[in-house]
Design a protein around this ligand. Structure first.
Ligand code: OSB
Ligand code: MG
Length: 372
């Protein structure tokens, strides 16, 4: 496959709600849409980096820079016969996982379209639908969190994840259990807001039958998480700490976690995501697909990867309408049944790009052509 052209578009649009985590709040979505072109077909990818380097070290601007300066030239340096080669080609560039994933995902989409098969099938996924959950941010009051839980349960979401931080943790979980009962599939995500000194809070949270506690400790830690896991019944899930299959292997060896959240962007693409999935499947470790408040293209990639068999826990890929007035795909991503998303059967990501919508929200656009 000879990629003839790559286009980058910086897009910006308001979100329908303010999403607060322990590291800050988001009110608008700003991302980079990547398209790769060959033989009249286009493949799409979407950056999952945030505007500020508070989840990881990347930002929308560093993604653009690394793509323009290093990754697009690398992609033009040779022909690709299978998308698995792209992450190998990018290996000499250290980290910058989200930049790599945005371009690698676009190549996967293009490749699947050329084969005339859905991206999910190209990856080896056999599911026809996936169960999904929802991630609820920190709110000014516990009352507001309860209202969201109520609404999302009524929409049939199969997992409720709530963001916690010191001072906004046990009371949230306790209130949800009191109001909605022990049957609600519930988990908490701390986004690295705690240390081992908070062991008492962790032990209190341990009493509520949570499916897991996600990334309680430092963003780059697997040692203290292992110590904490030994003290808890509730499984720890790692998000921020896992970027490579080697990270995953080490965390499992140390027993730092019993579940892994796989985000395609955080691990540098669909091929590395599948490798982590394969390792976990072999070791009997359940995985699920995390979200980064993606727009439709990123969301479609998440749906495709979740079709793999080891994704046994509902992920964070909710319907577009939860996040945006109008998304960038046609159709928008909507639940096919309560708490369920169908795997589309069209080629590639299976959703068309709403080009008019994309044009309206584009704030920067660049075209890169393969040198002759
Ligand atoms: O830690 O999973 C996270 C959003 C932004 C950054 C980090 C995280 C999240 C979410 C939102 O939890 C998941 C989503 O709805 O896309
Ligand atoms: Mg998380």
């Amino acid at each position: 496959m000879r990629i003839e052209r790559v286009e980058l578009r910086r897009i910006r649009t308001p979100m329908r709600f303010r999403f607060e985590t322990s590291f800050g709040e988001e009110t608008q979505k700003e991302t980079i849409l990547v398209s790769v072109h060959a033989d009249g077909l286009a493949g799409y990818g979407e950056s999952t980096a945030m505007s500020r380097p508070v989840y990881n070290e990347e930002t929308t601007s560093t993604v653009w820079y690394v793509l323009e300066r290093f990754l697009i030239p690398l992609l033009f340096s040779r022909e690709i016969s299978h998308p698995d080669e792209v992450s190998e080609l990018f290996a000499p560039i250290r980290r910058h996982f989200m930049a790599k994933a945005a371009l690698e995902g676009a190549v996967w989409d293009l490749w699947a379209k050329r084969q005339g098969i859905p991206l999910a099938r190209a990856l080896g996924g056999e599911k026809t639908a996936i169960d999904v959950g929802v991630s609820i941010g920190i709110e000014p009051t516990v009352e507001q969190v309860l209202r969201h839980v109520d609404r999302f349960l009524s929409e049939g979401y199969k997992k409720i994840k709530v963001k916690i931080k010191p001072g906004f943790d046990v009371k949230v979980i306790e209130s949800i259990r009191k109001e909605f009962g022990d049957g609600v599939p519930l988990m908490a995500d701390a986004n690295s807001a705690y240390t081992l000194e908070h062991i008492d809070v962790m032990k209190e949270l341990d009493q509520y039958g949570l499916i897991m506690i996600e990334q309680p400790l430092a963003h780059d830690d697997i040692i203290d998480h292992a110590k904490l896991q030994r003290e808890l019944t509730t499984p720890i899930c790692l998000d921020e700490s896992i970027h490579t299959v080697e990270d995953a292997r080490k965390a499992l060896e140390l027993e730092s976690c019993r579940i892994i959240n796989i985000k395609v962007g955080r691990v540098g693409g669909l091929t590395p995501a599948r490798k982590i999935h394969d390792l976990c499947l072999e070791r009997g470790i359940p995985v699920w697909c995390g979200g980064m408040l993606e727009m439709g293209v990123g969301r479609a990639h998440n749906i495709a990867v979740t079709s793999l068999p080891g994704f046994t826990i509902p992920g964070d890929t909710s319907a577009s309408s939860r996040y945006f007035e109008r998304d960038i795909t046609i159709p928008a991503i909507e639940l096919s049944a309560p708490g369920t998303l169908a795997i589309p059967d069209g080629p590639g990501i299976g959703y068309d790009l709403d080009e008019e919508r994309v044009r309206r929200i584009t704030v920067d656009h660049a075209v890169f052509r393969r040198p002759h």
